[in-house]
Design a protein around this ligand. Sequence first.
Ligand code: TYD
Ligand code: MG
Length: 453
Amino acid sequence: MKRALFVCEACGAVHPKWHGRCPDCGEWNRIVEQPQPVATKGPSKASPPKVQSIADWQTAEGARIPSKVEELDRVLGGGFVRASTILLGGDPGIGKSTLLLQAAAGLAQQGVRVLYLAGEESPAQVRMRAERIGALQAQLLLASACEVGEMLAAIDATSPQCVIVDSIQTAHTSELSSAPGSVAQVRECASRLVRAAKAQGFVLALVGHVTKEGAIAGPRVLEHLVDVVLAFEGEKGGAFRILRAVKNRFGAAGEIGVFEMSEEGLIGVREASRWFLAERAAGRPGSVVLACIEGMRPVLVEVQALVAPTVYATPRRAAVGVDPNRLAMLAAVLERRLGISLAEMDIYLNIVGGLKVVEPAADLAVAVAIVSALRNAAVDPNAVCFGEVGLTGEVRPVARAELRIAEAAQLGFGRVVLPAGSLERVRAKARSATIAQPVPVRSLGEAIDALMG
Ligand code: TYD
Ligand code: MG
């Protein structure tokens, strides 16, 4: 016996009855019926779960299997965890299949039984790619499968330790009438696969295409089902890619891995800062180097600003890689606290290389880049900076200053302009003698003087 539920294909919200327009997201004609299997009643004499001291339980560490794709393993927190489920999301063509094929080969090479279920490409195509990127491992099992029942049958027949489903959008079950890729199908197929992974103890990696709204097959649909959500990002046409842990039950969320797409597949970029600064516009107005923290590691990136007289009634504030609200706030601080007139100026801001910086430590670099662009005067090419800017124009301390300073020194920068409050904490920790000269500042004005002389 089945009870129907109604699911919005746009946002994934579940409703008890049908609506023409989703009450949650407001989209029209996206609500579809989804049969809900009635939960099988558990027996009344259920056996209790295993109960023991917290100290006696195993950690996930012992259950980790590194893929030998170093940047991926780092983002995962040290490798795949047995019986865990991973969703890898990203735009079509970004390199999801390539990354997982490389990981699959790395696992197979260590004797891990991996089953790659290809739904988008034929086995011949996957094999050709594997040849090109050196992933042709005899122990790597490959099958073409779209129907989830067939997938589960293939899993039962081969009892793999790792299963890759490429992609969850092509997976479908004949028990639902909706089209493959619809929210109802994606949710049902994913939950069956996740259940199998938990029950049989294999690692499950699902590939998910990101829809134009930027969510994987509609928001909320898959992200709560899986243990780890990885987002693969990068600029279309550009060679490099950032892998980001959006959610990770077994490691730090926010951790990033950096790759370069080459003829031989994805190559890990260990020295990310060197990569980001490779074509830096050093000594040119509007360019500032920011020391930010991505996940656990420091990364130096170039912040560029362009300021030009506006032709609009309301000047434009456009930002790529930083929050536009933050940009608007910093423009207001420059205007009100430093008397720098921006009311008739458009401001364009870009983090070079496609990195998205969310931490407030980017404020100082953004504000200084704007001033540098406006005055058409370069900042000291030998300096990096970081710090949060408050509404009174004060420069506030940020976390992990010592890591940022060390990275700047590593890349040969001579000066680090940083919040005075952060320097005090670094001094208190009194680590090794700092190599890059720290220049503590208390206000945005002081920072501008320090960087632009
Ligand atoms: P792919 O992994 O198929 O992307 P996704 O699965 O996310 O859709 O790879 C996408 C692009 O990468 C493809 O257009 C070609 C390019 N590519 C390379 O440049 N080098 C390579 O070695 C491979 C395998 C792909
Ligand atoms: Mg693909």
